[in-house]
Design a binder for this molecule. Structure first.
Ligand SMILES: C[S@@+](CC[C@H](N)C(=O)[O-])C[C@H]1O[C@@H](n2cnc3c(N)ncnc32)[C@H](O)[C@@H]1O
Length: 842
């Protein structure tokens, strides 16, 4: 993929990383203090409601020092967060009857899960290796007390493409019987054939119902596991031999995480991906003001970025990931969700604005906190009027065990619980927002969480049962009274079917926890409604500014602070984003006062309003992180490449090649038609999109003394895309010669086993060529040239054929080839020993 790698941009990145690290270190210290204080406070306050916390098991070293020689028996982790327990019970996230089961599952390690990449060349072989090989061998080798399968496909994931192991990642590393399986997993993930991803995190993209021509926006995409899934979907659904018309824009605020995203999606070799670096809540729409007379309506419409599908996997407090790291359990508190609520609403609302009419948006979090989930969805529905509906997707993925969204909840602020915004003390009203509360009119019906048993809470937050639905709905209050929110007033009579939201809890199918809501845009957003909301929002801000109560903080300041504060509290792989993105916020807020580094457009707006220094801010808003993407327009070079490789006209190169360097491009990248359109639009709107990476590397400049007429060679990354359209410089090798090429990388023409191949290679003009594997006894003319064809890029030198494939790819091909030839148990050394190939090395 085309990512900026010039020394200048690298320096900038390194400087930014250093700065961010300093921010993280600073905030880590502060976080430690704040957490200790919060934790002590919550312990004191909640200890009267909660069972006593058992003492920690002594560490192994201490036990040994105390004289006990034997290793102490394994103890389940002590989960010491009374606030967490209280919160889950009060909000009825799990009911009383299942509490022990729930806690039991949380204490168990999360089973390892992975997906098979359907775009990899050998995915069918991998499926069969799992189904017929490992599944059986592991059953006999790994004892399972519960009689469960050692590995099994996740029943709800289409096509048996996602698998669950009945052991944790730790067991996988430690258990000798699992060694070969572990090696297999490590290797396949290294080359991108499988993705190790938590089961629940695989769910949101499945509800997007992606089609081959869709334009998709992944708003908060890093580290990219769901982006990878989306890319697989668009490539899988295309007709064979055709390039997909679809497009994925994967965005993330955090520069470092964007790099991770680029790295993680690189193995897709896709020309249909753009990685951008924006605040999702202000993602540019790239609209061009044009004459929109009736006649040009369609053209006008296309001059604005709109998406058929949007994934809005927002930063969240992350309690759903507790099984991955118990640290999160200790650190979690409800304030984390409160602080993120508004950011989540704003990101999701921007998503709705960018969604096409008729399009679908999936909102998801790895938290169970209603303030980050149902409250956000209710607020979206309020703000969108009748333009958006919450879809009932109960018939989709029927095997996925799920629970309905909550209809009622309370909001916790520090140690107090509130039922309505009216109850919130004045000096906290601007932190505990009206949109965090359910409205009594906001739900069609109540849906108990625990089957037939209706449970609810009394006002002291204790855990009681059998309060009926009517009583429960009395607990809710309309938020109309919350005078600073116009949004509640706009729609106070609406009914939101929040039970259509999906909650996945750990003890239903031995997983992590996740929240998902699927939204459908029915009509364009009502401009006056949005404007109304904005005006009311401004009024509220003005009101707070005018008459600040004692200790009241202006609304805007809170928004900034909310984003900064969260950096103090979260730490997990999925959650890494939250911590880092907030440290990015730290970074950007710092940069508000400096002139040196990149700025987000939002920051610019705020800063402009405050300082009025428009010119300065405009200068700062120019994103200087990476070099601009340029169309590669050197016709002479394009013609020489086209004629050298005999590239058919049906594969358009002109207008589809881009580079980052103005002169003498070293690498040329290929972009799909859909990406090309976006680039053109972006050029028209003054480079509003901050593009971190795009396209697939197709050609690389190659200087050689061999007298090659074409200055560029093909890149292995772009080969599968281009191969069906190439008519020259292709050689067909027998399996044995193909294997040997992979193994030795450079072979003399005279030393090929198949003398015909050696002669053909010798008679080829020097330069880049493609070697295709001859399968079985098929003559070359019958070998199809499609993405499933096994082929490599080589360089025909003076006397040798040289392989131009990276070491991991060669290793992968070698293994798959060995499999193909029934030599899977052989290592490279074995082949040497067995004299399958002998004395032929240069
Ligand atoms: C839950 S993670 C996303 C996980 C990702 N969807 C995946 O499946 O790999 C949340 C991401 O949001 C990013 N983020 C946080 N605030 C953001 C913002 N305002 N705009 C865009 N991205 C943001 C974080 O950097 C983080 O990578």
């Amino acid at each position: 993929m085309l990512a900026a790698r010039t020394p200048v941009s690298l320096h900038r990145r390194i400087a930014a990383a250093g700065q961010q690290r300093r921010c993280i270190v600073g905030s880590e210290r502060k976080r430690g203090r704040t957490e200790r204080r919060r934790f002590t406070q919550s312990l004191e306050i909640f200890s009267k409601h909660s069972p006593p916390i058992p003492p920690r098991a002594p560490p192994a070293a201490a036990a040994a020092a105390a004289g006990s020689e034997a290793k102490p028996p394994w103890q389940p982790p002590v989960l010491e967060n009374a606030a967490f327990e209280e919160y889950y019970k009060v909000q009825q996230i799990v009911c009383k009857e299942e509490w022990n089961t729930f806690m039991g599952v949380l204490r168990k390690p999360l089973p390892a899960t992975f997906r098979i990449n359907t775009c990899c060349q050998f995915y069918k072989e991998i499926c069969s290796k799992l189904e017929n090989g490992f599944k059986r061998s592991l059953e006999s080798e790994v004892s399972n007390v519960n009689g469960e399968d050692a590995i099994s496909p996740l029943p709800w994931y289409p096509g048996n493409l996602a698998w669950q192991l009945n052991f944790s990642r730790k067991e996988l590393r430690k258990n000798q019987a699992l060694e070969s399986f572990h090696e297999f997993l490590k290797h396949e993930s290294e080359v991108g054939n499988i993705t190790r991803q938590e089961a629940v995190s695989m769910v949101p993209p499945l509800f997007l119902n992606v089609q081959p021509d869709h334009h998709i926006l992944d708003m908060c995409a890093a580290p990219g596991s769901k982006t990878f899934q989306l890319l697989e979907m668009i490539h899988q659904s295309k007709e064979s031999g055709l390039l997909p018309g679809a497009l994925v824009i994967a965005n993330d605020l955090n520069v470092q995480r964007c790099d991770l995203l680029i790295h993680n999606t690189k193995r897709m070799y896709t020309s249909n991906l753009i990685v951008t670096n924006h605040e999702a809540q202000s993602f540019p729409e790239c609209s061009v003001a044009k004459d929109c007379s009736e006649m040009y309506k369609d053209t006008c419409k296309s001059q604005r970025l709109e998406f058929d599908r949007i994934l809005c996997d927002v930063p969240c407090s992350g309690d759903g990931t507790i099984r991955k790291g118990h640290d999160m359990w200790r650190k979690w508190n409800s304030g984390m969700g409160n602080q993120l609520h508004l950011l989540q609403v704003n990101i999701a609302m921007r998503g709705i604005e960018l969604l096409k009419v008729g399009g679908r948006m999936v909102y998801s979090t790895c938290s169970m906190n209603p303030v980050e989930n149902e409250a956000v969805i209710a607020e979206l529905l309020r703000r969108s009027g009748n333009s958006v509906e919450l879809l009932d997707v109960s018939s989709e993925l029927p095997e996925l065990v799920r629970r309905p969204g909550l209809s009622t909840w309370k909001v916790q602020d520090r140690v107090s619980w509130f039922q309505t915004h009216d109850d919130v003390p004045d000096d906290r009203k601007d932190v505990v927002l009206p949109s965090m509360f359910p409205s009594s009119n906001s739900t069609e019906e109540s849906h108990p969480m625990c089957g037939d048993v209706e449970v609810n809470i009394d006002n002291r937050g204790s855990f009681s049962r059998n309060i009926n639905i009517e009583e429960r709905s009395n607990v809710n209050h309309d938020t109309d009274g919350a005078s600073i929110s116009s949004t509640n007033k706009i729609d106070s009579t609406s009914k939101f079917p929040l039970h259509r939201c999906i909650r996945i809890v750990p003890h239903d199918q031995n997983s992590g926890a996740f929240f998902i809501a699927v939204l459908h845009k029915l009509s364009p957003l009502n401009g006056s409604l949005i404007e109304g909301t904005k005006i009311q929002h401004k009024l509220a801000v003005a009101l707070l500014r005018k008459e600040p109560g004692p200790g009241t903080i202006p609304y805007e300041t809170i928004l900034t602070r909310q984003q900064l504060k969260v950096s103090e509290v979260v730490d997990d792989a999925e959650m890494l984003g939250t911590r880092q993105d907030l440290s990015t916020d730290n970074r950007t807020s710092k940069h508000k006062n400096s002139t040196e580094v990149e700025m987000d457009f939002n920051d610019v707006e705020n800063a402009q309003a405050e300082s009025g220094d428009t010119m300065k801010m405009q200068k700062q808003s120019r994103w200087k992180g990476v070099d601009p993407v340029l169309f590669f327009k050197d016709d002479a070079v394009i013609k020489s490449i086209t004629s050298f490789f005999g590239i058919k006209e049906s594969f358009p190169l002109e207008g589809h090649l881009v580079t980052r360097s103005a002169d003498n491009a070293r690498r040329i990248y290929y972009i799909s038609k859909s990406v090309k359109q976006i680039l053109e639009l972006n050029a028209e709107v003054g480079e509003q999109l901050k593009i971190a990476s795009l396209g697939v590397k197709m050609f690389e400049r190659h200087r050689s003394k061999d007298g090659c007429s074409c200055a560029y060679r093909l890149s292995y990354e772009g080969l599968s895309l281009l191969l069906p359209y190439i008519s020259r410089r292709i050689l067909y090798a027998s399996p044995l010669d193909f294997l040997r090429l992979l193994q030795y990388r450079s072979i003399n023409f005279a030393q090929f086993v198949d003398t015909r191949f050696g002669e053909e290679a010798a008679s080829l003009m020097p330069g880049c060529c493609i070697v295709v594997l001859l399968e079985g006894n098929k003559p070359a003319v019958y070998i199809s040239k499609d993405p499933s064809t096994v082929a490599i890029v080589c360089w025909r030198g003076k006397g040798t054929m040289n392989v131009m494939v990276s070491p991991p790819d060669r290793k992968d091909l070698l293994e798959k080839m060995a499999n193909h030839l029934g030599l899977e148990d052989c290592t490279e050394e074995d082949w040497n020993r067995r004299n399958l190939v002998t004395g032929l090395i240069d």
